[in-house]
Design a protein around this ligand. Structure first.
Ligand code: ATP
Ligand code: MG
Length: 452
């Protein structure tokens, strides 16, 4: 099935073309056959009438004059011979086919009172063609012996084409032009039918990372308009749903701050210092969580415009900031094509991954390389890595491998989910893998959107 074209467009064209070709061939063969039959019938009729006249003339002529008349009639297609006795039927004579019989019938309508015998002799055929549905090029000799009324016999030996002897070129040209015209129409119709599908597929693909995309135009035939309207409705509902969720989470995170502050004040009243410290630590963590959640939700909502970003410069500022704090960050490779995106988000994406590398793996090694139209950023560290079955799980919000240890280091467990979110709304990807020589590698792929 690998020969089948992969696109719907290709398949429809293929099916229609096969159908058309079969229809054309059948129609052409039928028309050749009919035309041939009609032509043969009329020429047979003419021939029979003509030769019946000749027989009637020979009947009335004295024997010595007959030879001259017979010689006049003889041509490459008809041989006329006279016999005084019943002529001998050759040994290779074959019974008459339906066409010879039909000719005989016609002949008999003109020569009602004559005795006629007929048989066939096949002429040697130079190039029989067995691939055509008709006997192209075959010829037979059709022989009729007719007893004359006063004395003797006459023999007509016709060289008769069995089938079409000449290609009907005008008809073939006409069919060709017709086929071409239909082909153009088919291409046009199939395109008309498949274009909205591709538009829909593109829109759905686009929707994956941009809920704010322009709605699809609701134009064209009814079905297309309906599909576009349904799609736009779905996009609106999705956006509404996400907006609602964001608003709700923002409200909760925001409103939680007040009770947390109240609890902090109240914890001051606790007498037991150990218990008080535990309370304060929990409350600190809750504050961090609500704060980061708010940041997260606000960050992805940012109204910042999409613009070309110089990735290397961005990475270098991150490196400079962290080096200032005494961390080790190295950058290798390069990428010159700007990427399109929101700078603060891309910065956040790279920062989150670099901070993880520093936090869990001592130092961060950043490598940048072009991968076709995409740019790939690999951030490696030299820490313990992540067990294979958790490589995906750590992307879940608030998920931490070792909550107690991570907490000491101040993590909320949102960093990776934020990072992946950012990669995806830019049409990119983010995944983690363990390096064979130890340490974790975070791989980010971002499209450069064809800008050169
Ligand atoms: N480079 C790494 N090496 C080992 N484990 C890692 C690495 N990066 C992340 N992890 C594990 O994945 C968990 C989730 O990471 P994530 O960045 O989402 O949260 P976090 O770092 O704990 O908190 P924050 O929200 O401040 O980033 C971490 O708690 C840690 O256990
Ligand atoms: Mg983190």
């Amino acid at each position: 099935m690998r020969l089948l074209p992969q696109s719907l467009f290709g398949r429809l064209i293929l099916i229609l073309l096969i159908g058309l070709a079969v229809a054309q061939i059948v129609a052409a063969s039928l028309s050749f056959y009919e035309r041939d039959q009609a032509l043969v019938y009329f020429s047979d009729r003419q021939l029979a009438e003509h030769d019946a006249d000749l027989v009637n003339l020979l009947d009335r002529l004295p024997v010595r004059e007959r030879t001259r008349v017979a010689a006049i009639r003889t041509s490459p297609r008809v041989r006329v011979r006279l016999f005084s006795h019943r002529p001998i039927t050759p040994t290779d004579a074959r019974p008459q086919d339906h066409r010879a019989l039909r000719f005989l019938e016609i002949l008999k309508t003109f020569l009602r009172h004559h005795e006629i015998t007929g048989y066939l002799l096949r002429d040697p055929v130079p190039h029989p063609n067995h691939f055509l549905p008709f006997d192209y090029g075959y010829r037979t000799r059709s022989v009729f012996d007719i007893r004359l009324r006063n004395h003797g016999w006459v023999r007509f030996n016709y060289l008769r084409p069995l089938g079409i002897t000449e290609w009907p070129y005008p008809l073939i040209a006409y069919l060709g032009v017709l086929a071409l015209a239909i082909l153009v129409l088919v291409l046009w119709a199939v395109r008309l039918a498949t274009r909205p599908l591709s538009a829909l597929a593109n829109a759905a693909e686009d929707l994956g990372h941009n809920l704010q995309r322009e709605p699809m135009p609701e134009t064209g035939p009814i079905e297309v308009r309906r599909a576009a309207r349904a799609f736009n409705d779905m996009q609106n509902r999705l956006r509404q749903f996400l907006d609602d969720r964001t608003r709700l989470l923002t409200a909760i995170s925001h409103d939680l701050r007040t009770p947390i502050t109240r609890m902090r004040l109240r914890s001051e009243l606790l007498d037991d210092p150990a218990l008080r410290e535990k309370f304060v630590r929990d409350l600190d963590e809750m504050t961090a969580m609500t704060g980061e959640t708010l940041d997260f939700l606000r960050g992805l909502d940012s109204a910042e415009s999409v613009q070309p970003i110089d990735l290397m410069a961005l990475l270098e500022t991150i490196q400079a900031d962290l080096t200032e704090q005494g961390q080790t960050v190295t950058i290798e490779g390069s990428h010159t094509r700007p990427i399109l995106g929101r700078p603060s988000l891309i910065r956040r994406l790279c920062e989150n991954l670099t901070q993880n590398a520093l936090r869990y793996g001592q130092r961060a090694e950043i490598e940048v390389r072009s991968a076709g139209r995409d740019v790939e950023i690999v951030i490696r560290d030299h820490g313990p890595g992540i067990p294979i079955d958790r490589l995906e799980k750590v992307f879940e919000p608030y998920y931490r491998l070792d909550p107690s240890r991570s907490r000491e280091r101040g993590g909320t467990g949102l960093g990776l989910s934020i990072a992946r979110n950012i990669a995806e709304i830019h049409g990119g990807r983010l995944y983690l893998r363990n390096h064979p020589q130890g340490g974790l590698e975070a791989v980010v792929t971002l499209p450069t959107n064809g800008e050169r």
